[in-house]
Design a protein around this ligand. Structure first.
Ligand SMILES: [Zn+2]
Length: 295
């Protein structure tokens, strides 16, 4: 995956892990109709009805200096790539995309969704509209994918694509997919719906929400490819492999409470690959209606 030389996001921060987060809260997003109808008619309808307040950030977060650290710079570029693409998609629908924050943490972090540790894995917290990534995430992904540590290249153009890069980008794009679900009101509707159905149905809705985030990651990849031609040979296989192998994020509770490990499945590897591919091939969020006929 090519990524060097592109803009890095200014929304990436590091957390020392000690402070309290100020939660923004997503209350107030009320959208009429059920989500699959929203998607069936116009997936962007929800956007016009209300927007969540952006989280207040973290007292303990510090703006990262222009970093030479490869992983940090990589995260900044990938997040900026998602900003560019989702701004484009929202603009096309006559709306405005609100960028999420991303916090890199080490060991322990406090979020509006509760505290989390490295064991939690990457996650998105709707309460503060922030993606949380533990710095050990990169090391683990390289291990999971059987990739030995990557050395800093000599700087040549052909040297910038590193095995595992796109799989990491895919995970970030998946978390940003949850942010898009929050902006669209989908997450809230899923949460509400889950409280009115059986446990089995509730689990199913969670799986469908995860698969949609995979599909949104695919949409992002396609649109970013159109924009900057960043994909290299093997990248898609890499993401498909990651989709199948890597444990998903722990879906954070919308408000309060600890970030708890999932007790539901995230769909089979085949389903995850299928929905990622669907988004990738269409480049269109309307192809990501995982909820159609769900219950
Ligand atoms: Zn997820």
């Amino acid at each position: 995956m090519k990524w060097q030389g592109r803009r890095g996001s200014s929304n990436v921060r590091s957390s020392t892990g000690g402070g309290k987060m100020i939660g923004g809260g997503i209350g107030g997003i009320i959208i009429a109709g059920i989500l699959w109808l929203v998607f069936g008619v116009n997936p962007m309808t929800a956007l016009q009805t209300g927007q969540a307040v952006t989280g207040g950030g973290s007292e303990s977060s510090t703006e990262l200096a222009t970093s030479t650290d490869r992983d940090t710079q990589f995260v900044k570029v990938v997040l900026a790539d998602t900003e560019e693409v989702w701004h484009q998609i929202f603009n096309e629908a006559g709306s405005t995309y609100q960028e999420p924050s991303l916090i890199l943490f080490n060991g322990q972090v406090s979020s509006a969704c509760g505290s989390a540790s490295s064991a939690t894995g990457p996650f998105y917290c709707p309460g503060d509209q922030t993606v949380y990534l533990d710095t050990s995430f990169f090391v683990e992904m390289r291990q999971n994918l059987g990739i030995s540590g990557d050395q800093q290249g000599s700087g040549g153009e052909e040297n910038q694509g590193k095995a595992g890069d796109f799989a990491q980008a895919y995970v970030i794009a998946h978390e940003v997919g949850h942010h898009v679900q929050t902006l669209l009101g989908i997450s809230q509707q899923v949460n509400e719906a889950r409280q009115q159905v059986t446990q089995a149905q509730s689990n199913k809705l969670s799986v469908l929400q995860e698969l949609q985030a995979d599909c949104f990651a695919g949409v992002w990849a396609q649109r970013n490819q159109e924009r900057v031609q960043f994909l290299e040979a093997g990248d898609i296989d890499e993401a498909v492999n990651a989709a199948g192998q890597i444990g998903d994020d722990r879906l954070a509770k919308a408000s309060g409470g600890a970030v708890v490990p999932d007790n539901f499945t995230h769909g089979t590897s085949q389903q995850r690959v299928e929905w990622f591919t669907r988004g990738l091939e269409s480049g269109n969020v309307q192809s990501c209606d995982t909820f159609s006929g769900a219950l």
